[in-house]
Every structure is written in C-alpha cells, then in structure tokens.
Design a protein around this ligand. Structure first.
Ligand code: SF4
Ligand code: SF4
Ligand code: SF4
Length: 324
C-alpha cells in the first residue's frame, strides 16, 4: 500500500500549532513511517514550486487564520489538492486571536500597518476580514478540526493517528480516547476513520471535567488573575474571575483551571451553547449578589473588553454563525 501523502502548512498564526506536531515526540517518527510528507515549509523548507508540482494529497493539516490574500490562496490550493483538510488550532478552526482584528473599523484596517518596515519590505495584502479556514471565501468545508490554542498534543496525535495511520500506529488512539466521544473513537479504532467534520474534542463544557467545587456563591465583583483569590479548590468564576468553562467545549480536562487560571475559551463553544458571550453574561449576571441598579452597574463597569474576552478565539466563526 502506498503511504498517504500529507502536507502541513500555516496561514496567519503564531506557528505553535505546527510545533505541536513536532511535540508528538515518538509520534513524529510514526508520522514519518506511516506517511509521505510532501510539503512542510516550516520543517522541510518546502517551496511553493514543490507544492505546484503536487497533484493530489491525502491529508493536509492546516493551522492559522485566513487574514491575507496569500492565506486565502493557500487555503484554496490545499482544499483543491487534499482529500482531507484538517483545521489545527483555534485560528484555523474559529479565526482565533487574529480574528479580533475584525473589531477594528474597516476604514482603519490596513491604514498604517506598513509603517516602520525597512524599505523594500511589504506586508502581505490583508483580506477585508479575518476568517476561519472554512469561513466565507476561505474554503467551503473542512473534514476535521482539532481545537485549542495551541491544539493539544494528545488530540493532535489522535487526529494524526486516525487520519494518517488508520488508527494503527504503535501509540494507538487510546492514548487520547478518554477525551473523545465514543461514537468517534469506535469507527476510528475499527479502521473506518473519523466521521466527516469530526471535532477532536469532547461534547460537554469544560465545567463538566473541572475538579473545582461550585458552592452556589453570589458574584460580588470582577477579579483579575493577579488579585488575591483562593487558587485551590473553589470554582474560579464564583470567586469573581472570568472563567469561561461553562461556555467552552471540553477536551483539555481543565488544563488551565486545574492550575488556578480561568478558562479563556480556546476550544470554542460546546454544541449545546449557541452564543458563548450571551451564555457568560447570563451566567454571571444571574448570580450578582445585589439587585440595586447602581451596584449592578458598578460591577458591570469592572468588566474589561467584554467582546474581546468572550470571543477571544471565536469572533469570526461566531459572526458567521449568527449571520446564518
Ligand atoms: S491557535 Fe493559538 S497556538 Fe495555534 S497558531 Fe493560532 S495563536 Fe498560535
Ligand atoms: S466556571 Fe471555571 S472554575 Fe468554575 S467549575 Fe467551571 S471551569 Fe471550573
Ligand atoms: S481550560 Fe479553557 S483556555 Fe485552558 S486549555 Fe482548556 S479550553 Fe483552553
């Protein structure tokens, strides 16, 4: 059997998601053994001329948001050439942090972004709005998604193992299976592969896997992580930290909350939540300790950049969803 031909590429992002592929440790060896890596500019220094010479790829792992013309062209080329296109990380999956640029007024966008560059150097031409990989004008569909910022090693390995190694690599998918829904693990282990559009993450909210104790305390004031709070044991949201576990898809096992850092929502929303921002506002405001308008206003005034906070990783995909 010929080995599957694969490509690994980045658009606009920080490249940590590509680095995660290197972080699968002994799995990188398996990736090399089970596949023919045809295009990987970051590691192999592959050129666009090499990409143009490739007719067909089995799998492309794509990280980064679509923020420039070059990103869009790369996304469309990889879609055309690849049987399976996999979004790796929050930028490719939802638009990620580069997507917060969409909050700027369009007249401002791109106006002064070349200032200060050495002569002869130009920034890539920006797109009007930043989008997720499957956003309008990017590509029409992706075949699988591994969320997270960065996408975590165990779930990236699950995707590689399922899509490239047919679930049969030495370190089998069971390594990550505890975090995946059973209906996804079964077809992968039986060799059928993951269902189309598979999301390599859980289906509930982070709160469902967080070990912190909820005590039904009232919300008194917004706290920032540098302020004093009880870091062990109690729910962070109930202590005033803006933890978004209730509006975020699980799969990380409460990686941040376990060490006292509030969840910032990097896995995107779970299926049962339509609008994570509205969910957070409703969850917090329904537990305000006071009913006096002036005191409520005072608490609300302490929220910093509510839009940037609640849609930090998902603004482009959420806007697409709400536009219908
Ligand atoms: S999802 Fe996060 S880690 Fe991955 S490329 Fe984007 S900013 Fe970097
Ligand atoms: S709100 Fe945050 S700290 Fe509280 S239970 Fe949910 S994930 Fe844990
Ligand atoms: S706790 Fe939240 S922010 Fe942290 S890794 Fe998990 S989903 Fe991402």
């Amino acid at each position: 059997m010929p080995k599957p031909k694969i490509a690994i590429v980045s658009a606009s992002g920080c490249r940590a998601c590509e680095t995660t592929i290197l972080d699968i440790h002994y799995g990188v060896n398996a990736l090399n053994r089970w596949s023919d890596i045809r295009f990987w500019p970051y590691v192999l220094g592959s050129s666009m001329a090499e990409l143009n010479a490739i007719d067909r790829l089995d799998v492309c792992f794509f990280s980064g948001a679509i923020a420039t013309e070059a990103d869009r062209e790369l996304a469309q080329t990889m879609r055309e050439k690849s049987d399976r296109l996999v979004a790796i990380g929050a930028c490719a999956a939802f638009g990620g942090m580069p997507g917060l640029k969409n909050l700027r007024k369009s007249a401002e966008t791109g106006s002064s972004e070349g200032d200060g560059l050495p002569e002869g150097l130009e920034l890539p031409a920006p797109e009007k709005t930043v989008r997720a990989l499957d956003g309008l004008g990017g590509v029409d569909r992706v075949d699988a998604v591994v969320p997270g910022c960065p996408a975590p090693v165990n779930l990236v390995w699950a995707a590689v193992s399922a899509l490239v190694c047919g679930g049969e690599a030495d370190a089998r998918i069971t390594y990550a299976a505890a975090r995946l829904p059973e209906e996804m693990v079964r077809p992968i282990l039986s060799g059928l592969g993951p269902p189309s559009g598979a999301m390599f993450a859980g289906e509930k909210a982070v709160c469902a896997t967080c070990s912190r104790k909820k005590e039904e305390k009232r919300f008194k004031a917004v706290k920032r992580p540098y302020q004093a709070y009880e870091s062990a044991g109690r729910c962070l949201l109930e202590q005033g930290l803006i933890c978004q576990g209730i509006a975020t898809r699980e799969g990380c096992g409460g990686l941040c909350t376990g060490v006292g850092v509030p969840c910032r929502g990097c896995y995107g929303k779970p299926p049962a939540v339509y609008d994570p921002g509205a969910k957070m506002v409703s969850a917090i405001s329904s537990t305000f300790e006071t009913e006096k308008p002036a005191e409520i206003q005072k608490i609300a005034d302490d929220f910093v950049d509510m839009t940037g906070c609640f849609y930090r990783y998902t603004l482009p995909s959420q806007c697409m969803l709400m536009k219908g």
